[in-house]
Design a protein around this ligand. Structure first.
Ligand SMILES: [Zn+2]
Length: 329
């Protein structure tokens, strides 16, 4: 299963892809002139599918706006959408196994799945934090079993997202070779926008006075690694509750590292952070890992990422403000 797509694109990457496809235009079950039906597990993947596919795709999102993908249960109508689809976009690493299950239930054998975690070059970060291992050193095997996948929030790293959009353009081109040039052009333009986003993150976060942050759940692990920050999550990995021992560690993290802000998330009740904020003398701001097509500033991957960066810049006391740079551009 690993590398299902990686091999295809390694062989047919870049300009070579076009020449290969020019020589084999048949074999696609998509009717001429029809749109490619794409199903995405979560909003950020649906948004980039529309960006890369443009007028040639029809995109359906499985996870309803405002919900968290963790523990989501798809509805019967999701299998109906999957029964008609040609391409399924998932994150992998255990985040959206429900999408794979719904795809299997749809019985659609023509469906291809493009898995983010398999399409990009990344060493997944293990989600079990060091302190958990300290506590359960004698049960290392058990811990391995509890967190077998690594942190799945790969899409919040713009560089990984750019890699994924290249794989996405390749997947769409395989399905609709007649539009391969268009998919490639759109991917290059969007890839350039992702490069600018990465540069905004880099130049802004490099000026952070506070280098550590507390997120509600461990969604920003790859952002932290990419831009030299340290994340501590309030929720323990793979759990919905918080043990007293873990909460103590969070409080210690806040105090020892001068953290001033706790990050709530729109998909979880904000009041769950109120007591911790009061106890530590911090304030609560919101970081959004999922986005929402109905909320301005969260209604595209790029706007979501910039809203999050503005929040990070304030909370981490960055001397370089990203929003003023954008206004001047
Ligand atoms: Zn998450």
């Amino acid at each position: 299963m690993m590398g299902r797509w990686r091999g295809v694109f390694a062989a047919a990457g870049g300009g070579l892809l076009l020449s290969l496809l020019a020589g084999c235009s048949g074999g696609s079950p998509a009717p001429a002139g029809g749109k490619v039906k794409v199903v995405a597990s979560i909003f950020p993947l649906a948004d980039v599918a529309r960006e890369i596919g443009g007028e040639h795709v029809e995109v359906v999102m499985l996870l309803p706006a405002g919900e968290t993908p963790h523990g989501f249960q798809p509805k019967p109508r999701d299998s109906e959408a999957l029964a008609r689809a040609r391409l399924l976009l998932t994150v992998g690493l255990g985040l959206d196994l429900w999408a794979d299950r719904a795809a299997a239930a749809s019985g659609n054998r023509a469906l291809t799945t493009l898995v983010f975690a398999e399409a990009v070059r990344v060493e997944p970060i293990k989600v079990a934090p060091a302190e958990v291992h300290e506590e359960h050193e004698a049960h290392a095997e058990h811990e391995e079993h509890a967190h077998p996948f690594g942190d799945p929030h790969l899409w919040l790293d713009p560089t990984l997202m750019k890699e994924y959009t290249a794989a996405l353009a390749g997947a769409l081109s395989t399905i609709q070779p007649e539009h391969a040039a268009d998919f490639q052009t759109r991917q290059e333009a969007y890839g350039a926008a992702l490069d600018r986003l990465d540069e905004e993150y880099r130049s802004t976060l490099a000026t952070a006075r506070i280098k550590s942050f507390v997120s509600f759940h461990s969604a920003f692990t790859y952002v932290a690694r990419r831009y030299g920050l340290l994340q501590q999550a309030v929720l323990e990995p793979e759990r919905s509750d918080v043990s007293a021992g873990h909460l103590e560690r969070v409080v210690e993290f806040v105090r020892s590292r001068g953290v001033k802000v706790l990050f709530a998330e729109p998909q979880y009740p904000r009041d769950r952070l109120a007591a911790l904020a009061q106890q530590t003398g911090t304030t609560v701001m919101t970081l959004d890992p999922e986005g929402n097509p109905h909320v301005p500033g969260h209604d595209s991957y790029l706007s979501l990422m910039r809203t999050n960066l503005d929040t990070l810049a304030k909370a981490l006391e960055c001397s370089h403000a990203p929003s003023s740079t954008r206004a001047a551009r």
